[in-house]
Design a protein. Sequence first.
Length: 645
Amino acid sequence: MSDQSLFPVPPGFAGSKTIDAAAYERLYRRSVEEPDAFWAEQGKIVDWIKPFTKVKNTQFTGDVSIKWFEDGVLNASANCIDRHLATRGDQTAIIWEGDDPAQSRHITYRELHEQVSKLANVLKARGVKKGDRVTIYLPMIPEAAFAMLACARLGAIHSVVFGGFSPDSLVGRIQDASSTVLITADEGVRGGRKVPLKANADVALKSCPEVSTVLVVRRTGGQIAWDASRDVWYHEALATASADCPPEPMGAEDPLFILYTSGSTGKPKGVLHTTGGYLVYAALTHREIFDYRDGEVYWCTADVGWVTGHSYILYGPLANGATTLMFEGVPNYPDAARFWQVVDKHKVSIFYTAPTAIRALMREGLEPLERTSRQSLRLLGSVGEPINPEAWLWYHEHVGAGRCPIVDTWWQTETGGILISPLPGAISTKPGSATKPFFGVKPVIVDAEGKELTGATEGNLCIADSWPGQMRTIFRDHPRFVETYFSMYPARYFTGDGCRRDEDGYYWITGRVDDVINVAGHRLGTAEIESALVAHEMVAEAAVVGYPHDVKGQGIYAYVTLMTGVEPTEELRKELVAWVRREIGPIASPDLIQWAPGLPKTRSGKIMRRILRKIAANEQGSLGDTSTLADPAVVDGLIENRMNR
Ligand code: WT7
C-alpha cells in the first residue's frame, strides 16, 4: 500500500463539533508551544475539589520527575459518577452484554453511584484506606468497573490483573503491590467456556499469606473451595452496606492505579498512573479522538485487564458522561456475526477494536456482516498493533460501509492515553498509518545514536516532552523507570517502537524494536517466556522471538535446548506448551517450538536474536552479518530444521 492512498473524511460523516483541519493545526501548535496555557484550559474537562494553580512541572533528565496540575485536588470516581447525577442520573452509564446473547444489563449513573459507594464502604470496613493497593482479578462483568471505581473513591490504588493470567502471574503482581485485598469471581465465562478464577486465586494465595480478604463475586454459581477465614461473598457484603460514601479528596499526583506490563527484561513492571493528569488526558482524548457526543453508545471491545479497558472503557467515557458498553464474550461466539449483532442490538455509534479481531473476522467472509445492518455506526477505531492495509480497507469498506472514519490509535500502557491518531473530521487517513500527534504530543524519530532525524525518515520513536497522561514511575522502582525509558536517548521518553514519517508528516508505527512481542494485541516480554521455559527441568536454554502470523500479528517461536540426554519428542513439545500456559497464561503459549542443539552466540556468549528472528520469519536468505558468531555451523542446523515453512 503506497502513501498516496489518502482517505479524506467520508462525505457523510458529520465532522467533529469544533475541530477541522485548520483548527487542528492551530490548536496543535499552541499545545506544544504554550503547554501551560493549553493544558490549563483543558484541565477544566474534569471537576476539581480544589482547582490547580500550577500546570506542568516535568523533567526528563537526571532523576526524571513528572507532575501535572500538582496542587489541584479531585476524585476520579466523583468525576466518573457523582458529577453526572444531577443531569444524567437516569442515563445508562454501562451497558453490559453477556457472553450469552440472551444476557444483558443496563446500569444507570444513579445505580453506578449506589453500587460503587456500597462496595467502597465494604472495602473501608475491611481496612482499605487511601494509598493501599487492591488487586482485582475479575472477568468482564460490571463488578470489575464497580471495583475500580470503589478503589478510586477511597483513594486506594487498584491493580487489575487480566483474568487470562495464571496463578503464578497473579502471585507476582499481588506480591509486588503487597495487596491485602483481592477481588475475584467464582468463574468467568468466555465463548461458552468457564474460566476458573477462584480456583486460580486459591492456588496463588498459597504464596500470598498477607492477603486477608478475598471478595468473591458470584458469576456462575459453579463449585468453588471456600476459606471462611478469608473469603467473603461480594453480594452478601454489599447487602448490608451503606450507599453513602463521600469520595476521598485526592491530590492530582496521588496514585490512581498500577498496571503491570511486560518489558524487554525481567519481571513485569508496575506502571503507575496518578489521578489528575491521567483523568484529564483520558477524558480529553476520548472526547476528541472518538468525537463522542451526548447520548451515543460507545463500545471498546478490550478487556479491563489492559490499559485500553482502563482508559477507554472506564475512565475516559465515564468522565465524559458517556454510555459505555462492556462485553463479556469473544468475537466469534456463538458465531462470527456476534460483534455486529451487538452493534445492532445496542445501536452502537462508536466501535473500537484490535486488528487481530478484524483479521480473524475477515477470514469468515461477508456473510456474517450481511446478516446485520450496522447502520448506527459512525466511527471506527483500531488499537494494539499496526493494522495492515488489507484489514484497514476491509474494516472501512465492509464494517463501516465506507461511511465511518477510522481512527488508528497508537499508544501504550505507559502513555495512559492515545498519543498518535487521526482526529476524525480534521485529518485524512491512510490505511496503516496512525497519522498525526494528539495535542501536546511531540514525537521525534532518532537513529541508533540518538541523533534526531528530520523530514521523511525512519528510526526509533521517542517523545520529546511530557503529556498529562504519562506514567509517573514504576511502582517501588524509580531507578528502573529512569533506566528503561530515559537512558537510551537522554532527555527523551523512548517508546520501544520503530516508526517511519512520510513526506506528509504522517507517522507509521513499524513495531517493537526491543525484545517485546505483540501477540494478538497482547504485549509479552520474550524474556518472561524464556524464563518460564528454562524453569522446566528438561530445558537447558531457550530463546523466544516473534514471527509474522496471519491473524495474531505475531506468533511465538521458541528455540529450546534440552538437557543433555533428554530425548526431543512430540509429547515433550506439547508438555512445554502446556507448561508455559500454566506459568504465564494461555496468551503466552508458544506457537512453534524448535529443538535447538545449540543457539547462535557471539564469542562473548550473547545470543544473536536477529538471526533467530530471521530464521523464524523464514527469511534465512537475509541473515546479515554472521561473522561475529562463535560457531557458524549452529545456524545451518537451525535453518535446516526450521518450523515455519
Ligand atoms: C504497544 C503497547 C495501548 C493500547 C494497547 C496496547 C503497539 C499499540 C498501536 C497502533 C501500531 C500499536 C506498540 C506499542 N501498538 N497501538 N495503533 N499501531 N502499534 O498497549 O500493551 O502497552 O502495548 O502496542 O508496539 O508500543 P500495550
